[in-house]
Design a protein around this ligand. Sequence first.
Ligand SMILES: C[S@@+](CC[C@H](N)C(=O)[O-])C[C@H]1O[C@@H](n2cnc3c(N)ncnc32)[C@H](O)[C@@H]1O
Length: 254
Amino acid sequence: MNTTAFDVTMWRKRAGQYSSLGWVQDGSLLQPLAEVAAELSLGKGNTYLDIGVGSGSVLNLLKQVIPYALGIGFDISPEMLRSANGLAGSIFIANAYQIPLLTNSIQFATMRMVLHHLCDSERAISEMVRVLIPGSTGVIAEYIVPDAKTLKFEEKVFALKEPGRKLWTPRSLHSLVKMQPGLRIDKIALAVMPQYSVRDWMGKSGLPQEVQDGVLQCYLTAPPAVVDSMGITITDNNDALVDRPFSYIVFTKK
Ligand SMILES: C[S@@+](CC[C@H](N)C(=O)[O-])C[C@H]1O[C@@H](n2cnc3c(N)ncnc32)[C@H](O)[C@@H]1O
């Protein structure tokens, strides 16, 4: 099975409870995106694009912040789009590796929590840059891992969860975006979702029970350095609560 087929199948299984995940519901993680959008003064005649819409939190947020611009978005998974409880924008099925939009056609683009699911992140960023009009803004928002030691641990956990995925520290994510041709990084914002329940994350993941248990077990038995850097707390009901930092890289297409 190729990766795209794998992803479509995986997201079909995940769609059921996705929109009720704690981090998806957390408004403070959307705040940095809202602030960037509000500063752009986009209105009638402008179009913004959300890549990997999922259940629509970003698209729906942008509709509130820039109500007169036209919102469009796409996702590889029809089931994820169907899981949305109303979507404030026109949506279509497409692959981030080959966006079916004209070069230089979009005034603002967002891609939140998609990159780490992609095997070819460079290609997705280059497509994002291609469709933006020169001088326009893009935001890549990603889960990050605080430091190199924790990265090794998280890579093992994510390998259990979804083989072949990538994770970044703040520095390596910055380098990845910076090295893409045709863009200039303007700003990096950070937000943390404190003490996020691994049981919530896993319970709504659509993953097989043995994978869910394996992932939880990793956090329950994490080495002290990781416990420290991720602020892991073990609760009485054997859950692990983890601080989850997110990075928002704001760039301009040159
Ligand atoms: C973690 S969810 C994030 C959804 C949404 N952006 C949010 O912040 O709530 C990742 C989304 O990326 C989509 N996705 C994964 N691979 C993709 C690809 N190659 N092209 C487009 N969408 C993709 C998945 O179907 C899923 O809806």
